[in-house]
Every structure is written in C-alpha cells, then in structure tokens.
Design a binder for this molecule. Sequence first.
Ligand SMILES: [Zn+2]
Length: 451
Amino acid sequence: MIIMGAVLLCVSGVSAEQRDLFSVGVAKVDITPHGAIRLAGYANRREPSQGVASKIWAKALVIGSDNQKPSVLITAELIRAPGVLVESLAARLKKKVGLERSQLAVCVTHTHSGPALSSMLVDSYFGSNIPAPQKARIKQYTDHLLDLLEQLVLDALDNRQPSQLAWGEGSVGFATNRRMVKDGKWVGMRPNEKGVVDHALPVLRVLGAEGELRSLFLSYACHGTTYGSKFNKIHGDWAGAAAQILEDKHPDCIAMVALGCGGDANPKPRGVAAGFDVVNRHGQAVASEVERLLRGGMKVLKSKPDCRIKRIDLSVDHVPGRDELQQRLKQGANAAYFAQVMLDRLDRGEVTPTAFSYPIQVWNFGEDLSMVFLAGEVVAGYSLRLKRESGRRALWVNAYSNDDPCYIATKKMISEGGYEVDQSMDSFAKASRLSLDVEDKIVEATLSLLR
Ligand SMILES: [Zn+2]
C-alpha cells in the first residue's frame, strides 16, 4: 500500500501532489572489530591492525511495508562484499522475514583500512597461508558481522515510518584514473588525468513526514585507498569520512555511502605523505556536494523499487598448464602462491574453474530512476557505457555489490593488460585474466533487466 497524502507535510519545496510517501526504515550498527585483526587492502601489510582511527559502520535502508515486499539496501564499510557472506545473510532474512533475494542489495565502500573477512579466501588474498590464530580471529569477526547485519535489517524493518524519497545527481572531482597506458599497453599504476573516470555523485534523500532528514544514500566511483599501505589502523577512508561529516551536520540522519564503478580510480591526492587530513578533505568534497543538492531541490520518486536479480556465467581467458604455472612460481608473491595452489590441484587430478556465476541486480523506481548493482571491482567504462546505451536519463550504477569475484575490466583494458587485468587475479583465486566477452555479457544482461 502506498500511503499518499495521509500525513500533513511541511516539507519545504515539496508541492501537494508530490507528497508520495512510502514506509521507510533506517538503522545503523557499529561494526568496528574489538582488538587487533588483519586488515584487508594491501597484501604487503602483514601485521594485525594497530588501533582504530575511526569507527566503521554498516547501515540499512528498508523501503516498503510488509504487504509491499520491502526492499532492503545495506551499505557496509568493508573492503569487499563476499558472495558467501551476502548469500548467508539473504538465507537468514528469507527464513526470518520472507525477504526475496532480489529485494536485498549489499554494497561496500571498499575501504582499504577495514578488517579481512574469512569469506574472501584470505590465503589467496594475502598470497600466503596466514597464521592459524590470525585466521581464527578473522573467522570470529566474520561470524559476528553476519549476526550484526541480520539484526541491522530487523532494526530497520522495525522503525519504518511514512517518508518521502527524492534523488538528484552532482559531481565530485577527486577520483582519478590510475592506469598509465602507453602505445596501447599498461605501463604502471599512477594518476592518469586523461584516463576514463566517472565523477557522478547520485544522492537519494529520505525525508520523514515532518520534513526531517532521516537518511541519505549516495554513491561515488573511487577506491578507498586514500591512506595507502603504510597505514595499519581501522578507518572508513573517504566514504566513512563523508558519512561522518554529513551525520555530524544532520544528527538525526543516517548517511549511507556505496561505491560506483571505481575499479580503476584512486583518490588524488593519496598516501600518508599527503597528510592525515587528506581523507577528511575528500569526505568534505562529497559532503559539500550533497549539501548543494539538498539546497537545490531534488526529484521526488513516485514509485517504490521494482527489484530484479539475475545471474550470468562469466569466464576467465584460460586455465594455465604446468609450464605456465612453473613460470608464475618465479614471479613470487600472490602469483607464486596461487600457481602452487593450481599445481597442487593438478597433482590431485582436480581442475581450476574457468567460469564463475555473476549477480546483476536492478531496482527500477518506475520511470524516474533505475539503480544498478554490479558485483566486484567494476571499472568506470561500464557505468559510462550503461548510461549511454540504456537510453535512460536517470541511471545510478553501484559496483562492489552482492559479491566479490575480481576486477571487472572492459574489453579495451583487457587488451592493454596491467594490474586490474592480470596481476590482481591471483588474489581473487582466478586462473587468468577475464575472457574478452565479459563486458558485452554484463552490459547486455543489465540492459535486459532495465527494459
Ligand atoms: Zn580495489
């Protein structure tokens, strides 16, 4: 049931016919680990965390009353959204409140100063068999996290109130392409001002019946790598800083941040040499643009989301044979570790998989807005192409959602090679770079869900 005009509104700038109210709940939970834990983000960071520079949070937004099939959006200040974790949560929520899989979207901020999770194949991730006590600690945290996320959703379902949804889109400039390419080949990871990047900052606003700001959801396409690998404290990076600045300004508002297609974008400037305050400067840039949008008026959404999810099979380019694996052993680090894993499999007569299942989710808010949730470290070329080819003026593309298969490079990038295409794949336990048809498959499947 859509409650329309049932409550007297005094929402500034909202006319009588725009008073479309939905049953909306929001909640947040502190997910900061108690005590030291290995942080995920850099394989060369070998010691457990040395304190907490800022708390990290998970937040939930529920749209719809019980008889409307509520939709649940989670944002969490974590490096990845491992599929095992997300599907465990989905199964619990299905059992407890009957939530359909398509109605649950889980997004992360990709902070590189957050805890490792047991569901992300930590040995491949770090390129070594990590010590048993560290592994047990990571598992203990991950198990507890699942309990916290389940309770978070129940809390958000419990505090549903009539609310208005509206959205707008701004732009922020600190995300910078990080792939240097010369003569069609990748030559290193450093700021490339001419490279492809998506600077869009879409923002969803939730106002209560009295016009009070209850929640904000926003997304920006940039890695959470502001501090770099020499920083070993828990921190939410620019996304956590942006949320904190917005919540300090609006104490009754829960500010949720997700990542767009920022797989090939780093913040600029970055690194500890840029100063401890640099993360707050990036957070402030996001928060200031949100405030500008809040002042300038936003488009009221008249439909609750129609949620769809689909899985497609994607493939890697090839599974290496013994000769190639012997070569990879000489490369050291993650390449050598995963080469040995694959060699051991060959010895046991096992096969490393060539295909993996990839979830694509779309939430269509009538004709007004479509939100896409893509899994993994999707690069900017995808959101730009989807916006071009969908024919929709209002397309909001989130990545790092629902699963963490690997970097999702474009066809052009695959031919250039480089970190996101080749070197990173061992840490995701993938046999090789992606097959060239991956981009077209993802785009076609997403467009079919948008139609
Ligand atoms: Zn990344």
